[in-house]
Design a protein around this ligand. Structure first.
Ligand SMILES: NC(=O)c1ccc[n+]([C@@H]2O[C@H](COP(=O)([O-])OP(=O)(O)OC[C@H]3O[C@@H](n4cnc5c(N)ncnc54)[C@H](OP(=O)(O)O)[C@@H]3O)[C@@H](O)[C@H]2O)c1
Length: 307
């Protein structure tokens, strides 16, 4: 099977290439210099020339809460353009299988947790990432319309919970997500013998995280079952922790304790975002890596290759 991965230089894309199952496929992985997804003509030409069996789209403009709040226009337009160009170009080139990635920000802010797929578009988004969420919904819907209008097309959207792991953006404050940022802060505190860390917000909000390896594992293991996939479905771990608890787990691995000072003047974002993951479990997939194992592995990677 010939797989085309876009965004292979990014965090999730690299986890696909790094997964041992990647060897089982012929993988094409053009970078932005080869195919800029803002350019629909180049995108169409590349797809026509290479005719993959499946496209996996890991490309997009992705960032943390501050980047999302301060760059709403870019987050909305860039993601919309990338997804529109790629989905339409794939359709025109008669590519029958497509994996699109959503995000838990697509869920309304005011819904009861755990979040199940029926709640999508059932209320207003969280203000901080509204622009990103809207562009994600557009691509989910586009994929859904394509799958529903032709029995031979399987354009599916996987909605992973937050991710961390190898190849995360640890020291890039615009792109880093919470767990990567915590690893980098605790590491820095230990190296510099600091006695306190300033934590953004109250530390009480709850977040669900999985290793990006698990997401790549689910996809590569189950690609041959794509016809069974619902049009969109959650992929998480059914368990969340507070920000403070993530700090505590990471400090324990580092064997270094500091005083956590919570800066409550900073926005917390949504209080809880725990997704209900059922489809992957129903087809007997279970995540190969649990939280503790993955935190240890990620810290090992950070110490050896990043810091
Ligand atoms: N990270 C998470 O916690 C998380 C959670 C849930 C869902 N997701 C979803 O997973 C997907 C991948 O996220 P990520 O964290 O891996 O993002 P990332 O690390 O920022 O990677 C984004 C990738 O997109 C590429 N890209 C951006 N604009 C492009 C363009 N115009 N043409 C070609 N390539 C372009 C980037 O290439 P360059 O290297 O050239 O910039 C990079 O390879 C996204 O859809 C995201 O919403 C992520």
């Amino acid at each position: 099977m010939k797989i085309l991965i876009f965004g292979s230089s990014g965090f999730l894309g690299k986890n696909f290439l790094d997964h041992p199952f990647a060897e089982n496929f012929q993988i094409l992985k053009p970078d932005r210099a080869e195919v800029d997804l803002f350019d629909i003509n180049t995108t169409k030409e590349y797809l026509q020339k290479n005719s993959p069996d499946i496209v996996i789209n890991c490309a997009g403009k992705v960032g943390g809460i501050v980047a999302n709040m301060n760059n709403k226009i870019d987050f909305m337009i860039e993601n919309f353009e990338i997804n529109r160009n790629l989905i339409i170009s794939s359709l025109e080139n008669k590519i029958k299988k497509f994996i699109n990635f959503g995000s838990s920000c697509m869920y309304p802010a005011e819904v009861i947790n755990p979040l199940d797929e029926t709640q999508i578009m059932n209320g207003k988004f969280e203000k901080t990432n509204e622009a990103f969420a809207l562009s994600k919904i557009m691509s989910l819907k586009l994929c859904e319309y394509i799958s529903n209008s032709n029995d031979e097309y399987f354009y599916k959207t996987i909605i992973p919970c937050n991710m961390f792991g190898k190849f995360d953006h640890f020291n890039d404050t615009k792109r880093s997500h919470m767990v990567a940022a915590v690893i980098s802060k605790v590491h820095h505190a230990k190296e510099n013998n600091l006695s306190e860390i300033i934590v953004w917000g109250s530390g009480n909000v709850r977040r669900e995280y999985t290793d990006a390896f698990n997401v790549a594992d689910f996809v590569l293991r189950n690609l041959n079952r794509i016809k069974e996939f619902p049009n969109y479905f959650n992929l998480g771990v059914n368990k969340d922790y507070t920000v403070k608890e993530y700090y505590e787990m990471i400090m324990e691995i580092y064997k270094y304790q500091v005083n956590l000072v919570f800066d409550k003047s900073k926005p917390d974002g949504i209080k809880q975002k725990l997704m209900s993951t059922s489809f992957p479990i129903n087809i007997n997939w279970s995540q190969p890596r649990d939280l503790k194992y993955s935190l240890n592995k990620t810290i090992e990677h950070y110490i050896n290759y990043v810091k």
